[in-house]
Design a protein around this ligand. Structure first.
Ligand SMILES: NC(=O)c1ccc[n+]([C@@H]2O[C@H](COP(=O)([O-])OP(=O)(O)OC[C@H]3O[C@@H](n4cnc5c(N)ncnc54)[C@H](O)[C@@H]3O)[C@@H](O)[C@H]2O)c1
Length: 278
């Protein structure tokens, strides 16, 4: 088993859900944490809980879309701890609805947060991590949605395919320069978190589409699916198992293999994808 004692871990989107779950586990294993989130209140509350358990924690309130703020987050993390061993670009939002009805503002926001948030993290952390000249790790949270054909979550799926793609490119480019940094892409399936509620803030609330019965029904269905997902503790067991086994695509849900295979099969057979019967 890997030794995390004293290791420095940075996590965005750490005030809730998977970011909080990863931070909690890393802390239990003896790591030191630099945590960032847009939600200062929940971040401060979580940091207090950790400090009460003698965990060393630095907190930063920031928006991952702001490249200067992410750069400062990296700079301050390195200054406070003298280095970074694990950089986790995890903050993200969900988006669902009919592809031709979702307002453009929501498309842009999802891309800014889920894709440019990761790009900002890569740009801020990789040069500093390279300068350390030691083995260290970058983990970008995408989703199983980034590996398969999806229905009714087009902006989210688009952003998660991009998150997978940018991390694949990163892995290749790091190896090409013989870097000691290892890249991973975390692709969880459904886990109960605050994702549904927290993503409310990206909606262009004045758009009448959000008031339609069809949208409300779909949204309620999505929230219900999330609630019935894999327990966080199991998801974290799988996350650390994948990380320690050096699995580039860290996945949590085995039953989703079929959907990954279906997409690859459609590509190879040059066929138009259809919804998978569930
Ligand atoms: N929960 C799932 O089923 C699931 C499945 C696959 C992938 N994911 C991904 O996991 C990641 C974490 O999501 P979660 O499910 O834990 O949801 P969550 O809402 O519980 O946590 C996300 C955190 O990110 C923060 N955040 C959102 N936008 C931000 C921004 N612009 N800048 C800084 N912080 C921001 C939120 O405040 C929140 O604390 C996301 O990238 C999500 O897409 C989640």
């Amino acid at each position: 088993m890997a030794d995390y004692k004293g290791k420095v871990v940075t996590i965005t989107g750490a005030a809730s859900g998977l970011g909080k779950g990863m931070a909690t586990r890393f802390a239990q294993k003896g790591a030191r944490l630099s945590l960032a989130d847009l939600d200062g209140e929940n971040l401060a509350r979580f940091a207090e809980e950790l400090r009460a358990k003698n965990v060393e924690v630095l907190t930063t309130i920031m928006d991952v879309c702001d490249s200067d703020a992410v750069d400062s987050f990296a700079k301050e993390s390195f200054a406070a701890f003298g280095g970074v061993d694990y950089c986790i670009n995890n903050a993200g939002v969900h988006s669902m609805g009919s592809i031709w009805k979702i307002p453009p503002e929501e498309w842009r926001k999802v891309f800014e947060i889920n894709v440019m948030g990761i790009v900002n993290g890569i740009r801020a952390f990789i040069p500093r991590m390279m300068a350390q000249d030691k083995e260290c790790f970058i983990i970008n949270t995408a989703s199983n949605a980034g590996l398969q054909v999806n229905t009714a979550i087009a902006p989210y799926a688009m952003s998660k395919h991009a998150a997978v793609s940018v991390t694949e490119s990163l892995a290749v480019e790091l190896q090409a320069v013989k870097s000691k940094i290892k890249a991973f892409v975390f692709c969880p399936g459904l886990i109960p978190t605050g994702l549904s509620g927290n993503s409310e803030r990206i909606k262009a609330n004045t758009d009448p589409y959000y008031e339609t019965e069809k949208f409300k029904k779909l949204y309620a269905y999505g929230a219900k699916l999330l609630v019935n997902g894999m327990p966080m503790e199991t998801a974290m067991d799988r996350f650390f198992a994948g990380l320690e086994a050096d699995e580039f695509y860290i996945r949590t849900h085995d039953n989703e293999e079929e959907e990954v295979r279906y997409r690859v099969q459609m590509v190879l057979e040059k066929k138009r994808p259809a919804p998978i019967a569930k």
